[in-house]
Design a protein around this ligand. Sequence first.
Ligand SMILES: [Mg+2]
Length: 274
Amino acid sequence: MLSEDDLVAAIAAVAGGEGAGVTVGIGDDAAVLAGGIVASTDILVDGVHFDSGRISVRDIGHRAAAASLSDMAAMGAEPVCLLAAFGLPEGFGGVRELAAGMTEHGVPLAGGDLSRSGRLLVSVTAIGRAERPVLRSGGRPGDLLVVTGRLGGQAAGGYTARVTPRLAEGRALAAVATAMLDLSDGIATDAGRLAAASGTGAVVELERLPRAPGATVEQAAAGGEDYELLAAVPEAARLPVPATVVGRLTGDGEVLLLDGEGRPRSLRGWDHFA
Ligand SMILES: [Mg+2]
């Protein structure tokens, strides 16, 4: 099967792309529309993104909204509202809890749709506003790579802990970042995505990754679903929020994950289709 990135490329090829009211189309954390509106959608499926036997319905709603709001954070955007689509299995009684979990982030749910479904499926669209949306593509060789928070906590905890989208941090970093994304799949994959969009290489020093309690280096680099922010910032920039320098963008096209001795490691982040 094709990788997730290959599938996105196949869709982008027929999607119509930019023009009319679309300033930035497929390929970034969110689409940018005329007037500084940003929009992003995510889907969570029972058995793929969560196990409905191990996580409460309210937490599923919370998590689904967090994934979309994290994309707003990655653009430096202020969310305005959510739209949600639910696929509900026969006899599912938790729809109120699902919606209540979503709105715990303080962003209103303004519409959506319902269908019956073989398994629980939740898709959330976030709409926001950004004066200066930060894309993945503005990074330059020499920029430092910085991350918010700690990594690997979701993998270490079995992907059941609640996620906090870094909205305030994203808006603050937008003042200095040349490029930004949210770490949905792990920095091992996501640093390469930022570098590819920016037309640069990247070096990530694995020993520098701020690890969540109990997380291994591998979980911090490739566990995924931490939803912390990865930003490229000019070396001279003053960081407006606490963040850890983990590497830098380079002038060649190569993406290297280096261990403590400076040896390259091959680690891959999460890919639903791999
Ligand atoms: Mg994202």
